[in-house]
Write a protein that binds this ligand. Structure first.
Ligand code: ZN
Length: 283
């Protein structure tokens, strides 16, 4: 079974009106990403995988207005229950965020949490965030964090650095966490964190289209013995599951003809078929 543990909820249930279509050119160096996308676009892109975790990100405006995206995710998941697993998102500075966690489980059937401390502009080591981690640990909800850089100027870089998750895992040793994108380009710091903590993992989305750092981080993961902590993911719509499968099946493309050490092709196949749902308590 192939599980994609990182994808984003479509904004459109039906076809996207042509006048809404635009292209993001900063996320990837190799091709633009078409936005927005529909339920059908998403399901077509997910054909190569058996199960997919899907979520959106909650935001909090300057005026204190919370935008919880969880109803939209739940509606999408209800339409494709055999394929999709929905995660909620909350904002730790929202006074009602613990109630939203309860509602997202009991009313909406969502099974984990997505947080992006840099995009949501909250301190990942602050009191509000710790309240969310504590409840997630009590309820057995895994948390997938955006980690690593972002091209958005207003998103504070430091909040997405993997070193903070060493502290969080120390305080909440039973909490299942995923560091998205292996915290690119701080993959070596992510390796240090996932090596230490039994329940902290990293996803491999967003890595393959920078060939040299992809090669390096897979070698680092192999040398430090953390390949079993890497989970398959696409970050759709930024990339598709098929693109990631193709890249994992050609891991030595960047070094062909050189004497550099090769990445184990068998280990890449293990990432593709990893039982991420069991590891995160979602089986
Ligand atoms: Zn993402």
């Amino acid at each position: 079974m192939i599980v994609d543990i990182h994808s984003h909820t479509p904004k459109y249930k039906d076809a996207v009106p042509p006048e809404q279509i635009h292209f993001n050119t900063v996320w990837r160096p190799d091709r633009p990403v078409q936005l927005p996308y529909s339920w059908n676009d998403y399901m077509r892109a997910m054909q190569p995988v058996d199960r997919a975790v899907v979520f959106d990100v909650a935001s909090l405006s300057q005026s204190g207005r919370v935008d919880n995206p969880n109803d939209g995710t739940a509606e999408f998941v209800r339409a494709f229950p055999h394929k999709l697993i929905g995660f909620m998102s909350v904002h730790p500075y929202d006074p009602g965020c613990l109630d939203e966690i309860e509602r997202s489980i009991s009313d909406l059937g969502l099974r984990g949490i997505k947080l992006g401390p840099n995009y949501q502009n909250f301190d990942p080591l602050g009191e509000g965030a710790f309240r969310v981690y504590r409840r997630a640990q009590e309820l057995g909800l895994p948390i997938l964090f955006h980690t690593g850089t972002s091209p958005m100027r207003e998103a504070p870089l430091d909040y997405a650095h993997p070193r903070h998750f060493d502290v969080i895992a120390g305080a909440f040793p039973e909490l299942r966490m995923v560091l998205a994108h292996m915290s690119h380009p701080w993959q070596s710091s992510a390796v240090a964190v996932i090596r230490k903590h039994p329940h902290v993992y990293a996803d491999i989305s967003g890595l393959f289209y920078r060939q040299w750092s992809f090669y390096n981080c897979m070698r680092l993961a192999e040398e430090w013995g953390v390949l079993p902590k890497l989970l398959f993911a696409s970050d759709y719509p930024v990339s598709t599951a098929q693109e990631n499968l193709d890249a994992l099946r050609k891991p030595n493309q960047a070094i062909e003809g050189s004497h550099l050490p090769r990445i184990s092709e068998a280990a890449m196949e293990e990432i593709i078929y990893r039982d991420s749902l069991s590891l995160l308590g979602l089986a």
